[in-house]
Structure formats: structure tokens, C-alpha cells
Design a protein around this ligand. Structure first.
Ligand code: C2O
Ligand code: CU
Length: 484
């Protein structure tokens, strides 16, 4: 199937602006945009399967987890068997629930036949445990990743990070939730237990035999050039199930939304006048609840929200929709109220305190230009005109310093920084005046400049920054910084 440029753009919610201002991308028109891979399998109707809740991982002893990476088969589409790459036989992988300040070790045993890398996205992690893209776990070997977790409560996730192959290996299934909890958050009367639900949203496409094909390059980069703008699936999975349904009580729920897609951007909203109250972001709780109509999530962004179903009657359906999608990609999942339940949860007016980083204290301002350009293999995605080179250090922030980074784009790029969260200072020249929040990924939209501020804390060593459109990342849109 071919998609018109208009359709491709509207899938991303970009629309007319980009048509009017194609920017300075070296890649002409449609090739720069994510491209839909169309399923040939018969697809199920919406809301026919129950939402799976990924199992919470059982430690083998306190603070130690063991995940065997192996291929398994799962029935994702009814009647079809899909080969999936998993942590511990599950897709999504087991949910780790860990405590802030308590070191947690994840042992990865690689039985996949290809090298892997584990990265804890949003983790404040020493460099040797952060999953540098060339720091491989070879097939048939094991490795301990140690996470000190000296960081506040937040919805993190872990996923593969192998050099040139992250898009492929995440598409195959290598991703799971990692929830950090702390005393501050536990003291709040937020919904918890089975009313605290992680939702991993990602798109995939299915061949007739049930497999999830990926347009991989046979010998070098992860993805075919034709898909270098990003791979979009036409099936929306939530926790690994297509357009599922969750039966809920007429009560408050905390939903931890994660966009685990390779390249798709969502604008999530609820039908039936149901309200969304955002309470958290990539880096944990906001200072105060924020009522919103919709939530835009680029790849790897998270939003913690509370939805109150108590105004709805048993039998009512509330759909979670994607305003940035069309047709079936505009549907995500459905909540159906089927019971009453006592509910003493609430959303307090004050959630947390966040120090606002002061731009006047910045030691340096750095520029990072995210554009397409020439690589060793043809065209790819560059930062400051350079393809990723693991042996080159692109920035050397000093431990403890505050820095401002100015990130600019040609087409849209979700910028992600390892090691430390940041605050957004300005978007497209407009200062951000809202109360501060901690982010680890920010979408830099077409021809835009986003300024962030961060403080490099914790560990010296070598880390990456990159675009979290995984096809862009594999097509070398990554750079190295070393905290000195
Ligand atoms: Cu979600 Cu460098 O990764
Ligand atoms: Cu990008």
C-alpha cells in the first residue's frame, strides 16, 4: 500500500504546517516521514480481547531479578501464533516494582541468538550499567545490570538498545515497565493496587502467518532506507493486545501511559466526556494535578493520569482514542464500567515539590541540530551534521554543572537524554512558564527549537543522547556525552 503525503502527515497530526514549510531536510518529502507497514493478517474488531496486565516480576532474592531473553510464541491475534522476543517469556516484559534508593539488579540471560543491550529508560544509572549501544550481551551469555535507583518515584521502562538494531529488537518485543516507588508518593491517597494500571501502547503490523515483519536491512543498518523516516504499524496494541477492553469499577483509576512505539506519535483523549487529570510525567509526579483534554505522547514519553469512572453507569463504555491517528489507528482501547466499588482515593491539590532549575546558573549552552544528511551508507539522520560514532565524545559536561541545551530539528524528533532528567525552558521561542516538571524525552517538532535545562548529577562517564524515533536512532541519530 502506498500512502499519500497528506495521509502520512495527518497520521502524525502534523497537517498543513509541514506542507507549507517543508524545512531543510535533505530527504525529499515522503521518505523523511514515518511509513505505514500494512498488515496482511485478518485483524480483529475493536474491544474484543481483554486488556492483559503484565505480571509483576518476582525477585529471585530481594532486589535481584533474572530475565531470560528468549523467543516464544504468543496468540496476539486470535487463532494466529506470533513469534515474539521476550524478557522471561512475556511481552510486555515483567513489570519491575522497585523502591527508590534500593539498588536493584537485573540479570539478563541472552538466549536469543543475537546480541542484546538492556537500557533502563529514565534510570539514573552508572555508565557501565546504562546499556551503551555497543556494550553487548552476546548470545549464550549473561550480564548483571545494577541500578542504584537514587531517584524519585517514576514510571520508567526497560528496552533493548543494541547499536543499529534497536528498532528491530524492540519491534520484536523487547520492552517492559519498571516502576520506581518512594515514600512521598506512597503517602498520597492516589488510586493503587488493581486500580493502578500501566498501559504500554505500541503499534505493530502482522503478516498472514501471524508474524510481525520488520523492514530490516539484511546486512547493515537496522531498517530499509524506504522506512528510514520510521516504521508505523496499523494495529494498536495495549500491553500486547490489539484494541483491548478493560472492565472497570465506577471509581478512580491511575493509568500509567507509555508510548513504546518505534515512531508513532499519539494524541490520547477519552470519549463520553470522561476527564483526564495528569499527575505525572516521564520523571515522576507533577507539583499539582493538571486537568487536560488530551495528552500528546511521542515515542518513549510517559504520562501518569487519573481517570474517574464514578460519574459513569454500569454498561457505559469510555474509549481511549488517538486524535493523531486515522481509521483504526485512531482507536486505542475501551473501558467498560461493570461494577461499583468503594473508593477512598483522591487526587490531592499538591502532589510534590520540584526545584526549578535556574538558567542564570547554567555553566554553558550547547547546540544540537537534528537533521537528515549524508552518512557512510548514504542518507541518514545526524546530530550537528555527524553520524553516531561510539568512539567520539560530542560533549563533556562537568559533574554537578547546570547546562542549557538548544535542540533544533528539520522534521519532528523526540529528543532523549540518558542519565539525568531535564526541564523544558522554551518551545519554538516561547518560554515555558508552567510549574516545572521532569522530562527525559521531549518532542522537537518540525523546524522547531526546544531549549532544555538540566544538572549533571550522580556519575561520571560516557552516555548517549539520541532521537527516540527508533528508526532515526538506528540510522545513526545519536551522540555521546561524557560527564567529567
Ligand atoms: Cu529509551 Cu536511549 O532510550
Ligand atoms: Cu528523529
Amino acid at each position: 500500500m502506498t500512502m499519500s503525503r497528506r495521509q502520512a502527515l495527518s497520521l502524525l497530526g502534523l497537517g498543513a504546517a509541514l506542507v507549507a514549510a517543508p524545512g531543510c531536510s535533505l530527504i525529499p518529502g515522503r521518505a523523511a516521514q514515518p511509513r505505514l507497514l500494512t498488515s496482511t493478517a485478518a485483524l480483529p474488531g475493536p474491544f474484543t480481547v481483554p486488556l492483559p496486565i503484565p505480571k509483576v516480576a518476582e525477585p529471585i532474592r530481594p532486589g535481584h531479578y533474572e530475565f531470560e531473553q528468549r523467543e516464544t510464541r504468543m496468540e496476539i491475534l486470535t487463532g494466529l501464533s506470533t513469534p515474539v522476543w521476550t524478557y522471561g517469556g512475556q511481552f510486555p516484559g515483567p513489570t519491575v516494582r522497585a523502591r527508590s534508593g534500593e539498588a536493584t539488579t537485573v540479570r539478563v540471560i541472552n538466549r536469543l541468538g543475537v546480541p542484546t543491550v538492556l537500557h533502563l529508560h529514565g534510570g539514573h544509572t552508572p555508565p557501565e550499567h546504562d546499556g551503551f549501544p555497543t556494550d553487548l550481551v552476546q548470545p549464550g551469555t549473561a550480564r548483571d545490570y545494577r541500578f542504584p535507583l537514587r531517584q524519585r518515584a517514576a514510571t520508567l521502562w526497560y528496552h533493548d538498545h543494541r547499536m543499529d538494531r534497536t528498532g528491530l529488537q524492540v519491534w520484536r518485543g523487547l520492552a517492559g515497565f519498571f516502576l520506581v516507588e518512594d515514600a512521598e508518593e506512597a503517602a498520597l491517597p492516589l488510586p493503587e493496587g488493581d486500580r493502578d494500571i500501566p498501559l504500554m501502547i505500541c503499534d505493530r503490523s502482522f503478516a498472514e502467518d501471524g508474524s510481525m515483519p520488520y523492514p530490516a536491512h539484511p546486512d547493515r543498518m537496522g531498517v530499509l532506507e524506504a522506512y528510514m523516516g520510521g516504521v508505523l504499524g496499523d494495529v494498536i496494541l495495549v500491553n500486547g493486545a490489539p484494541w483491548p477492553e478493560l472492565k472497570v469499577a465506577g471509581a478512580r483509576y491511575r493509568l500509567r501511559l507509555l508510548n513504546a512505539s518505534n515512531a508513532r506519535v499519539y494524541e490520547l483523549s477519552l470519549s463520553n466526556n470522561a476527564r483526564i487529570v495528569q499527575i505525572g510525567s516521564d520523571g515522576g509526579l507533577l507539583t499539582a494535578p493538571r486537568p487536560v483534554d488530551k495528552i500528546r505522547l511521542a515515542p518513549s514519553e510517559r504520562a501518569d493520569v487519573v481517570v474517574d469512572f464514578s460519574g459513569h453507569r454500569p454498561g457505559d463504555h469510555i474509549e481511549l482514542r488517538n486524535l493523531a491517528g486515522e481509521g483504526r489507528q485512531a482507536q486505542i482501547m475501551r473501558f467498560t464500567v461493570d461494577r461499583d466499588e468503594p473508593d477512598d482515593s483522591r487526587v490531592p491539590a499538591t502532589l510534590s515539590r520540584i526545584e526549578r532549575l535556574d538558567p542564570r546558573q547554567a555553566a554553558v549552552t550547547r547546540e544540537f541540530r537534528f537533521t537528515s544528511g549524508k552518512t557512510h551508507h548514504g542518507t541518514g539522520w545526524l546530530i550537528n551534521g555527524k553520524p553516531f560514532d561510539p568512539n567520539r565524545i560530542d560533549a563533556r559536561p562537568r559533574l554537578g554543572d547546570i547546562e542549557i541545551w538548544r535542540i533544533s530539528s528539520d522534521v519532528t524528533h523526540p529528543f532523549h537524554l540518558h542519565l539525568v532528567p531535564f526541564q523544558v525552558l522554551s518551545v519554538g521561542g516561547e518560554p515555558v512558564t508552567a510549574t516545572p516538571e521532569w522530562k527525559d524525552t521531549v518532542e522537537v517538532r518540525d523546524n522547531q527549537v526546544v531549549e532544555i535545562i538540566t544538572r549533571f548529577t550522580g556519575y561520571r562517564g560516557r552516555y548517549v543522547l539520541h532521537c527516540h524515533n527508533l528508526e532515526h536512532e538506528d540510522m545513526v541519530m545519536m551522540a555521546t556525552f561524557e560527564v567529567v
